[in-house]
Design a protein around this ligand. Structure first.
Ligand code: IPD
Ligand code: CA
Ligand code: CA
Length: 263
């Protein structure tokens, strides 16, 4: 697909995510259900958002499959595929913390072709397509060049997998001692977009699912940043470690992993 075709598609995805966000915001006290893992929830709004996104994205690209967070999955389908997180930051959403997003990525052949991340509350939309640059509300964005000692690194705690607490917090301590400070927001997609926009400098989480990072992977790359699975190429079919940032901050984060970035 050409950059122009992808850019047209991204415009449609921005519109559809806006409609899904309005639907989510219109739902008063949506029901909350428990999922597998520690303190892992899904709400009726996640389900409504996902259904809306799938039904409106499908006609745009009839040949594309879907790999979406809620419901049954059977791995990443081959070929063109939409990766959808209908609400990233569900716990924030339940608590009214106003820090959640809708994330829609399009991947093919191991490459992120398009990404749209919409903040549910501010309405700010980050988007990128392969070869077309990255944007926040239509304005070009770039990763920052903050020196390591002043760099802000966004961290996720892999909350649903308690067995990774040791790995996570030991890695975060090593990162903390090498940078300016760390942050934890509760939405990996928004964290990654803040890195893309140069509002922070790096990102680390021990395990994320493909729908958490697919859209932001396109946005970070097009903003001039680096995003990998702990130094290895991202795999959109796997739950994986995610490391991102400017080249310098990314490499520092990888060097803080338990393996020191050697696999
Ligand atoms: C979660 C958020 C959170 C991250 C978790 C994700 P969800 O996504 O992105 O920041 O720490 O690992 O699973 O469950 O709110 O869609
Ligand atoms: Ca998520
Ligand atoms: Ca989610």
């Amino acid at each position: 697909m050409t950059t122009e075709t992808l850019a047209r598609l991204a415009g449609e995805v921005c519109r559809i995510t806006g409609e899904a966000a309005a639907l989510v915001r219109s739902m008063e006290r949506p029901a909350v259900y428990e999922k597998e893992g520690h303190a892992n929830f899904v709400t009726a709004a996640d389900l409504a958002s996902q259904e809306y996104l799938i039904s409106h994205l499908a006609p745009l690209l009839p040949e594309a499959a879907f790999f979406a967070e809620e419901g049954e999955h059977d791995g990443l389908p081959a070929g063109l595929c939409w990766l959808i997180d209908p609400i990233d930051g569900t716990t924030n959403f339940i608590r009214g913390a106003r820090c959640s997003a809708i994330s829609v990525g399009l991947v093919a052949g191991g490459e992120a072709l398009l990404g749209v991340v919409r903040n549910l509350y501010t309405g700010e939309v980050f988007h990128a397509v392969r070869g077309g640059g990255a944007f926040a509300d239509g304005e070009p964005i770039r990763t920052a060049a903050t020196p390591l000692e002043k760099a802000i690194v966004m961290c996720g705690t892999t909350p649903y997998l308690r067995e990774l607490a040791g790995e996570t917090f030991e890695t975060m301590q090593r990162i903390f001692l090498r940078c300016g400070d760390i942050r934890r927001s509760g939405s990996a997609a928004l964290d990654l977009c803040s890195v893309a926009a140069g509002r922070s400098d790096g990102f680390y989480e021990a395990r994320l699912s493909p729908w958490d990072f697919a859209a932001s992977a396109a946005i970070i790359r097009e903003a001039g940043g680096v995003i990998t699975a702990g130094g290895e190429p991202l795999d959109f079919g796997k739950v994986t470690t995610v490391t991102a940032g400017s080249r310098e901050v990314h490499d520092m984060i990888v060097s803080c992993l338990p393996s020191g970035g050697e696999g």
